[in-house]
Write a protein that binds this ligand. Structure first.
Ligand SMILES: C[S@@+](CC[C@H](N)C(=O)[O-])C[C@H]1O[C@@H](n2cnc3c(N)ncnc32)[C@H](O)[C@@H]1O
Length: 266
């Protein structure tokens, strides 16, 4: 499949070209395989089929999805969450903190948060209650997230002592199962970012490496407006370290050391 054909496919799904630069080769391979399985000789025949069958379209969308993640991705973020953002929330003595991971893939981001929260639990006498919602559009990622079983590739940024404390290490060190105690209290849901959020007044929303990387501008703005509405007035929206908010939603202030964390300008 050449770049022009791939672009036709992206356009059909309202995905942007930019987000696919790094991962284009792998995604093209998966799509070419799907085309072969369906005996489609060219992209036109493939698009015709996709537009007739919701099921095939869903399968294609799944093959276009990039779900790579890892624990503590963007290290500085996790450091500042633990040392600054969460402590200042705790000091405000809110009864409950509400967290949403939107587009959580297989859950690495969610369990990274749980690990940080557990460490804070050891530092503070009393912590607020925590409510965590984690959503992804793909049911099997949510199932995998619930299971909490990871390969080495997800663990690159996890120091040995953290691996030992929070994971059961199996298969000669090639499989890492999050310990059962840390799986509690997460509300996993299959849900699209463009549908209603799983709650409101969130203190932190993680929206990383999905909407702002893979979708076209008008959809980014539509999705973002929905997500921002679900933030508490002093809540943080955290995007990926390589992502930027579009100019249309720039009435947000940035965190002083993590420029990809935003708060509403009040
Ligand atoms: C690259 S992963 C990012 C995972 C994690 N947030 C991180 O930054 O490591 C992107 C995830 O976003 C999900 N996603 C993409 N578009 C979505 C949408 N419209 N609604 C819900 N989830 C979506 C994908 O299914 C995929 O699991």
């Amino acid at each position: 499949m050449d770049d022009d054909q791939f672009r036709q496919l992206l356009d059909d799904f309202n995905f942007s070209w930019a987000g696919y630069r790094k991962v284009r080769k792998g995604v093209k391979k998966r799509i070419s395989r799907h085309m072969q399985e369906l005996n489609c000789p060219n992209i036109k025949a493939y698009l015709d089929l996709l537009n007739k069958s919701a099921e095939l379209r869903q399968e294609c969308e799944k093959r276009m999805t990039v779900s790579i993640s890892r624990f503590f991705r963007d290290r500085q973020l996790w450091h500042d969450l633990e040392e600054d953002i969460l402590p200042s929330m705790i000091e405000r003595e809110k009864k409950t903190l509400r967290i949403w991971s939107a587009g959580c893939a297989r859950g690495e981001e969610v369990y990274s948060f749980k690990i940080v929260w557990d460490r804070l639990n050891k530092k503070y006498e009393q912590l607020p209650e925590i409510e965590i919602a984690a959503t992804d559009m793909h049911p099997d990622y949510i199932e995998k997230a619930r299971a909490g079983i990871y390969a080495k590739s997800s663990m690159k940024e996890v120091p040995p002592e953290v691996r030992e404390h929070y994971f059961d290490i199996k298969k000669k060190g090639s499989r890492f199962d999050i310990k059962a105690a840390f799986k509690k209290g997460i509300d996993w849901k299959v849900q699209d970012i463009f549908s209603n959020p799983p709650g409101s007044a969130f203190d932190i929303i993680f929206l990383r490496n999905n909407l702002l990387t893979y979708y076209k501008e008008h959809l980014k703005i539509e999705g973002l407006k929905r997500v921002i509405k679900a933030l508490a007035p002093d809540g943080w929206l955290i995007v990926g370290s390589h992502e930027k908010l579009p100019a249309e939603v720039l009435n947000m202030q940035r965190h002083n050391s993590i420029p990809w964390a935003y708060r509403q300008d009040v």
